[in-house]
Ligand binder design. Structure first.
Ligand code: HEC
Ligand code: HEC
Ligand code: HEC
Ligand code: HEC
Ligand code: HEC
Length: 444
């Protein structure tokens, strides 16, 4: 046998051995605790299993609603209560590239809501959660997504459930501990996280940090000040005879794009206010200046999901109200998703920031100009893709995902104003009229 043959046999055997050892190592389970892989990350774990709450029973929203009926009704209309049935969420969850258990930790965060409990990660790999069945699984509570207990119910050292409140001097039939800060700061656990799981999976919500940066401009220092507006009312149903107190609306209205078309009518009563305000129109020689401001959002506009953006349009009309020209502008983030997720641009408005949009008057024929601002949450091109390529979502969602544009609001028209170039008169459409129109709009 010559020398070369020997070397090549030796090499082949070594490679084979290395392969067998590698595969063997992968096959031998090697659990690593979750907190070792994600130290200090609240979202890496569920809220501990909650036993029945004294005076209430199962800590379901449905049960809280028997006494806190108005708060329950408001919460039912919120994005929080739709965080699992959300069609886009279901579409993304069905991708094999989704580390489902992590997604669910923020979208259905209480252990009672989980069929299986993730106890550790095999080889520390978040795509290999080691799971055991949850004997305390509550399928009704699962559907409630970001349910009351997410923020309000915890288990004490003796293993009993209690409610976290912010008031005191109340007389509930269930145990309460007052910890206003814990309750008000709970938002940050899910709305202020930037984490790169791998090259293409990033989660990037910096709403909390943006608020901290801007807080000198605002008397509203917390998320609660704007997103849970105060109302004087009893906390509970009239039959319980409790006094009126300072209560808070629980509709958690945000950018004005609800999860279902029938929820448009709940936006304004729930407390919706566009962040963007038109400060004024100005005509200067052959130019129009549209002055706009992020007047109402305590954070960037828009905040949160990187796909959100504001689409601004100027439509020039002739004397017959026929469109003669159009200008466009986009405020948002720009991300590259492959080969590596990376933010490449960001022109969002900071809190209280004013911008002037200067545009040349389109042409001689134009007699007036209409400004329209859309808050876009989902673009048509993303939803085209989702409609076409989503497979394996649960049956109850699958058919709707295939016709996403028909079932899922993508955007809302949040501002409309017309300026007459001659008379300089301004006509603003009311927010009520805009939201009636939004109910009938489809797509981006
Ligand atoms: C059987 C009726 C009933 C049920 C069910 C019930 N509550 Fe209450 N809760 C009350 C009453 C009564 C008060 C006190 C109202 C008052 O004194 O003005 C109260 C007070 C509260 C407070 C305010 C405490 C404070 O001082 O800040 C919170 C928060 C609260 N409940 C949350 C919940 C949650 C969450 C659930 C469901 C897990 C729930 N409640 C279920 C009757 C109920
Ligand atoms: C740290 C908590 C957290 C984790 C983990 C998380 N989400 Fe979310 N998710 C949020 C928050 C907060 C929002 C609301 C953002 C907004 O309204 O713009 C959200 C919104 C969404 C939306 C709606 C987007 C929109 O524009 O309204 C989808 C879809 C979604 N998440 C999918 C996922 C998927 C898939 C995963 C797992 C890969 C995941 N999320 C993991 C917190 C989380
Ligand atoms: C356990 C995680 C979690 C916590 C805690 C949490 N949220 Fe959310 N929030 C979410 C998720 C997930 C969504 C988006 C659901 C979706 O789009 O499907 C969301 C959506 C919202 C929206 C709606 C945005 C829109 O335009 O639709 C607002 C507003 C909001 N949250 C405010 C708050 C505030 C204020 C607090 C604290 C009092 C808070 N959240 C606490 C997870 C959380
Ligand atoms: C995303 C977190 C979150 C969720 C979900 C949530 N709450 Fe609250 N809730 C709060 C915060 C924060 C406050 C305190 C506001 C303050 O006083 O600053 C509050 C206050 C309350 C109060 C005291 C009265 C008031 O209006 O201020 C009651 C009662 C209450 N919540 C019941 C409920 C019930 C019932 C549900 C479910 C249907 C629910 N909450 C869901 C965060 C939440
Ligand atoms: C000074 C008032 C104010 C404060 C404080 C505030 N928000 Fe907002 N938030 C708004 C307004 C107004 C909008 C609607 C913006 C728009 O037109 O899209 C909004 C929108 C949102 C949205 C939807 C994304 C968007 O930009 O529309 C989320 C999510 C949100 N807020 C979460 C939070 C959280 C979490 C906090 C606390 C860290 C917070 N907000 C603090 C006023 C506020």
């Amino acid at each position: 046998m010559n020398k070369f043959k020997l070397i090549s046999i030796f090499l082949s055997v070594s490679i084979l051995l290395a392969f067998v050892v590698f595969v063997g190592w992968k096959l031998i389970p090697s659990p690593v605790p979750i907190e070792e892989v994600f130290p200090g990350k609240v979202w890496a774990k569920t809220v501990a299993q909650l036993p029945d709450l004294q005076g209430v029973g199962a800590p379901r929203a449905e049960n809280c609603g028997k006494c806190h009926s108005e708060i329950y009704k408001e919460w039912k209309t919120s994005t929080h209560s739709q965080a699992l049935s959300d069609l886009q969420f279901q579409a993304e969850l069905s991708k094999t590239s989704s580390p489902k258990w992590i997604c669910l930790n923020c979208h259905i965060p209480v252990q009672n809501q989980r069929e299986n409990i993730v106890v550790s990660l095999n080889h520390g790999d978040y795509f290999q959660p080691i799971e055991i069945p949850n004997p305390g699984f509550d399928p009704v509570m699962q559907k409630e997504a970001v349910t009351c207990a997410t923020c309000h119910v915890r288990v004490d050292a003796k293993g009993a459930s209690y409610v976290i409140g912010a008031n005191g001097k109340t007389s509930p039939p269930h145990p309460v501990k007052i910890d206003a800060n814990a309750l008000r700061n709970r938002c940050y656990d899910c709305h202020n996280e930037t984490y790169e799981l791998n090259e293409s999976l990033v989660c990037s919500f910096q709403t909390g940090g943006e608020l901290a940066e801007a807080s000198k401009h605002f008397s509203e220092k917390t998320c609660v000040n704007c997103h849970l507006p105060s109302v004087q009312r009893s906390f509970v149903i009239p039959a319980l005879n409790k006094p009126k107190r300072e209560s808070h609306k629980h509709a958690f209205i945000g950018g004005g794009v609800p999860k279902k078309f029938e929820l448009y009518k709940e936006q304004i009563p729930g407390g919706y206010k566009p962040g963007l305000v038109l400060v004024g129109w100005e005509k200067k020689d052959s130019e129009i200046i549209v002055r706009i401001q992020n007047q109402n959002a305590g954070h960037y506009l828009p905040s949160a999901d990187p796909e959100r953006h504001l689409k601004l349009e100027l439509v020039w009309l002739d004397k017959n109200r026929k469109e003669v020209a159009k200008d466009k502008l986009r405020y948002g983030q720009d991300w590259e998703w492959s080969p590596k997720a990376k933010k490449v641009a960001d022109n969002r408005l900071k809190p209280k920031e004013i911008r002037d949009w200067k545009v040349k008057i389109a042409n001689e024929e134009a007699v007036s100009v209409v400004l329209r601002v859309y808050h876009v949450r989902l673009t048509n091109s993303t939803s085209d893709y989702v409609e076409k390529y989503t497979i394996g979502a649960p049956k109850e969602f699958e058919d709707k995902i295939k016709e996403l544009k028909k079932h899922y609001p993508h955007s809302s028209l949040v501002l409309e104003s017309e300026y007459n170039l001659k008379s300089k008169k301004v006509f603003n459409t009311t927010i009520g009229d805009l939201f009636k129109l939004n109910e009938t709009r489809r797509g981006e």
